[in-house]
Design a protein around this ligand. Structure first.
Ligand code: HAM
Length: 421
């Protein structure tokens, strides 16, 4: 039997409902902060990512192929270059600052593993055209408000923050040449994911000497070095005023893998470090310019569905799946079909969710279906109900069954729902 491709998922309704749940929470938080939803194409020209995104993503993970016209095209592995392109394309008409969010599918040819797939959903949330610390604060506040809306607290999760510009300066001051900085960033980004033997190999592969590695590790081991960075101390001060600083942890070894980040970078992790990062983002002050626009700064983040859902499942924070169907309308035989259809229409006009089930001669099949789907009420219609203009109403939780005048249907349902709530 043909299965979904490795790293791709089928979303049966109970899986899809988790995505819908996240999407609803995301939309709620975004609208609270005045963010507008946008979307870009799923495929972009390869050139949009080359040299602007992350080496690892472009050369190892992007789904890149030639289209029938011979152009190199890429299934989007991330949204930030598209966002920058869209800003640059209409920069004169757009009203800044932009507060934009999006939720869609992305593709990376990664080794499928826990929290990593080849196709995943990602929420992107970006603020373009404000390089003040209040923009940084706002973005982090959105992250925190979202996590809280899922039932998570600062005891569960931590937002690690760093400043890439500051780290670059520290490295320069420590004697590392400009051309080595991109390699050091790649090294730092990989550091937490590999063991010490692999670290040495990876450093060598990047052209970093043992001395270079020593300098980097020594700097990163200093727990208070970040305190000399006014960007980070200023941001933490603002967060403190909002009593949100308990969510934050400065961590200079966090540099993130993208070449476009210029300043603040951040990631959310579970405090027990059992899962990979839940989300990651940062400030990118040159990206719009690098795709042909005028200089404008941006800050934002991306959050995938996979790690977050695994984490929420582990904390029992995902609502149980429900179909939302109120009534199963069971019809016994062709002769009652139009009577049933009229009842179904009447219920739907009153905003009651109804499925219709043709059950043959006996209601047994329909009742079994309704029970399996955990539908709370059944309405059974046979020849007798049609000729008497009645309905047989069954509460599937209590088992109580009554035959009632057809006109009473809405009143009875209303009463039953109130009783059952
Ligand atoms: P990123 O760190 O590559 O950042 O991805 C953000 C999040 O997307 C990750 O923390 C993870 O939750 C999810 N993610 C990434 N790759 C996969 C995968 N293969 N499978 C499942 N989930 C995945 C970015 O993409 C930046 N463009 C975010 C950004 C927006 N920065 C500024 N604005």
């Amino acid at each position: 039997m043909i299965q979904a491709l490795r790293g791709f998922r089928d979303f049966y309704p109970e899986n899809q409902s988790n995505i819908t749940y996240l999407q609803t929470k995301i939309a709620d938080v975004c609208s609270l902060f005045g963010y507008e939803q946008f979307e870009g194409p799923a495929i972009e020209s390869f050139d949009l990512y080359a040299a602007k995104s992350s080496d690892e993503i472009v050369s190892e993970q992007a789904f890149t192929f030639q289209d029938r016209g011979g152009e190199q095209i890429t299934l989007r592995p991330e949204l930030t270059p598209t966002l920058a392109r869209m800003v640059a394309n209409k920069q004169e008409q757009l009203i800044f600052p932009l507060r934009w969010w999006s939720f869609g599918r992305f593709w990376r040819y990664e080794r499928p593993q826990r929290g990593r797939g080849r196709e995943f959903y990602q929420w992107n949330c970006d603020l373009v055209g404000d390089d003040s610390q209040y923009a940084d604060l706002e973005i982090l506040e959105i992250v925190i408000t979202f996590l809280q809306s899922l039932g998570l607290t600062q005891e569960d999760c931590v937002i690690q923050v760093s400043d890439r510009g500051f780290v670059a300066n520290l490295l320069r001051q420590a004697g590392l040449g400009e051309q080595k900085l991109p390699m050091v960033f790649r090294f730092l980004d990989k550091l937490p994911k590999i063991n010490s033997e692999e670290q040495a190999d990876f450093a060598q592969k990047l052209g970093l000497s043992t001395d270079d590695v020593q300098i980097v590790i020594r700097l990163m081991d200093d727990p208070s070095i970040w305190e000399s960075n006014t960007e980070l101390t200023g941001l933490i001060h603002l967060l403190k005023q909002k009593k949100l600083d308990g969510w934050i942890e400065p961590s200079l070894s966090l540099v993130r893998g993208f070449t476009y980040y210029t300043g603040l970078v951040f990631e959310v992790n579970d405090r027990n470090k059992e899962f990979r990062a839940l989300l990651g983002g940062g400030r990118y002050n040159n990206l719009v310019e690098s795709v042909g626009g005028k200089p404008v700064s941006g800050i934002g983040f991306g959050m995938g569905d996979m790690v977050l859902l695994e984490y929420l499942v582990s904390k029992d924070l995902i609502p149980a799946y429900e179909t939302g169907i109120d009534v199963c309308l069971i019809s016994l035989g062709e002769s009652v079909a139009s009577y049933c259809q009229a009842i179904a229409t009447e219920l739907r006009q009153a905003d009651i969710c109804v499925v219709w089930h043709a059950s043959g001669d006996s209601p047994a099949k329909g009742l079994k279906f309704a029970n399996q789907k955990q539908i709370p009420y059944a309405i059974i219609i046979g020849e007798n109900e049609l000729s008497d203009q009645t309905i047989t109403f069954k509460n599937l939780t209590s088992g109580q069954q009554d035959t009632l005048p057809r006109d009473a249907i809405l009143t009875v349902l209303e009463r039953q729902k109130n009783n059952d709530e």
